[in-house]
Design a protein around this ligand. Structure first.
Ligand code: ATP
Ligand code: MG
Length: 437
């Protein structure tokens, strides 16, 4: 005991700030969400793509944009042993596009892809904002028009519904128009900011020179009045952009999706070209964005591919899981249980050896059975305690008596039934019936 204590206080290596361990009690919620995602995305025709965590730094600089928060200050970049610059991926779109081009998946083709995994950003860690966080992303290549955008949004709406989150998450939409439209708008917005430069905060003054549209994203309450009177991008959209946006809104309304048009929604990455959207919640404080995306028709070409229309989104898994845990009461009944159905109490060495073999026979006959074996010694009393603590419904018992008769006792730990002794095939049938209940 003494040694353990010393190790704990003096020698323990702690995790890196902003990078979390996800323990079994919570990971079962992750698995539950992931199962829904896999099934749903497959049903909409998306295939999973698995990508490296590490890419050449150049990829993110070129795609996300030099003057964005991510590239300016959030990337984990380092030189390898040969002096080449690599970066831990801060988001998934850039490496998905890189992989799709490199594997010849885009030219004259349509592709619907999704991915899941950790992303890395050197941010100020706080609730809902981590340095290693997890995104699920979806990218559709080769589709023009608003139909695919509508379908993507409807797919996410269906997911919120399945996860019991529909009443907690709302949709915000905007259109940034074609690049030429955005240029014109940018000039007007910059002129407006310059007229009002005295009222801008330091961050916005800096952004005015580097990435002015990001000023619209500012959370500073003192800037809100100024931004409210700024020129609006909707007034600059050309007829085609306007019609596409109207059509998208129409489909969503027809499908019963409520949304709010947010003229300040510009998104932090440079590559968006048309519709942008965010699903937000009021229930997670400042970290309210749970899913964000839009159209990015120029990125494939900018990364060296043939011009290919593209649209996608990424959702923040950590925030979705927090939301589910916050509404655990309404969800608990839907979450998979990780409690065992049965706990094998094995008294003595001979019983242990016999029990392990019987446990294997039970597992072969009943693949859905969750069965924990004691495997840790102890008398009957302490093993019963463990069985109870495990949450198992049944205790299966092998002691001297059972050993001599080649039988197993089964005791219902949750209901007051008399315990029964079975041979192995009768026990299998008994458990099979119980699992069906
Ligand atoms: P935010 O405005 O919250 O910084 P963002 O615009 O940087 O978000 P995106 O790059 O669009 O976020 O990523 C998509 C989603 O990934 C976000 O809506 C959010 O749910 C999640 N996300 C982004 N950064 C983090 C982070 N550091 N920790 C946890 N989740 C994150
Ligand atoms: Mg961010």
């Amino acid at each position: 005991m003494k040694t353990v204590k010393t190790v704990k206080t003096k020698n323990i290596i702690q995790r890196i700030k902003g990078m979390n361990d996800i323990l079994p009690d919570t990971s079962r919620v992750w698995q539950w969400v992931e199962c829904h995602i896999m099934r749903l995305f497959t049903a909409y025709g998306y295939g999973e793509i698995r990508l490296p965590l590490l890419e050449k730094t150049e990829l993110f600089k070129r795609s996300i944009g030099e003057a964005t928060d991510i590239v300016e200050k959030e990337m984990y970049t380092f030189l390898d042993r040969k002096g080449k610059s690599f970066t831990l991926r801060p988001e998934g779109t850039a490496n998905c596009v890189r992989a799709a081009i490199e594997n010849g998946m885009l030219y004259h083709q349509q592709q619907k892809l999704w991915y899941i995994g950790p992303m890395f950003r050197y941010e100020q860690p706080q609730e809902g904002r981590y340095r290693q966080f997890y995104q699920v992303g979806v990218e559709a290549f080769g589709f023009l028009g608003c139909c695919i955008e509508a379908e993507l949004i409807l797919m996410t709406a269906r997911l919120w519904h399945e996860l019991g989150l529909a009443s907690k998450i709302t949709l915000q939409l905007n259109s940034l128009g074609k690049p030429a439209v955005r240029e014109k708008y940018r000039d007007a917005f910059v002129a407006y900011c310059q007229e009002n430069i005295a009222n801008l905060d330091e961050d916005s003054k800096r952004r005015l020179k580097t990435n002015p549209l990001r000023i619209l994203d500012s959370k500073n309450p003192d800037l809100q009045a100024l931004l409210h009177n700024a020129p609006r991008i909707q007034d600059y959209l050309d007829d085609e952009d306007k019609q596409e946006f109207i059509d998208l809104c129409h489909i969503l309304t027809q499908a019963g999706i409520q949304f709010k048009i947010n003229p300040y929604l510009v998104r932090g990455l440079d590559y968006y070209t048309g519709t942008v959207f965010e699903w937000v919640t009021q229930d997670l404080g400042a970290q309210g964005a749970v899913c964000a995306g839009g159209r990015y028709d120029n990125l494939v070409e900018e990364l060296g591919g043939e011009p290919t229309p593209a649209v996608g989104f990424a959702m923040g898994m950590d925030r979705i899981i927090s939301l589910i845990l916050k509404s655990a009461e309404s969800n608990e009944s839907k979450l998979p249980s990780y409690h065992p159905h049965a706990f094998f109490i094995l008294a003595g060495e001979a019983a242990e050896q016999q029990g392990i073999i019987i446990a294997e026979q039970l597992r072969s006959a009943l693949p859905d059975l969750i069965l924990w074996t004691n495997c840790a010694g102890g008398n009957f009393k302490s093993q019963f305690k463990r069985a109870d603590k495990s949450g198992a419904r049944f205790a299966l018992i092998i002691g001297e008596d059972e050993l001599s008769k080649n039988m197993i006792t089964c005791k219902d730990l949750r209901e007051d039934h008399p315990q029964q002794m079975f041979n192995i095939s009768a026990l299998i049938e008994y458990l099979r019936r119980a699992l069906r209940e």
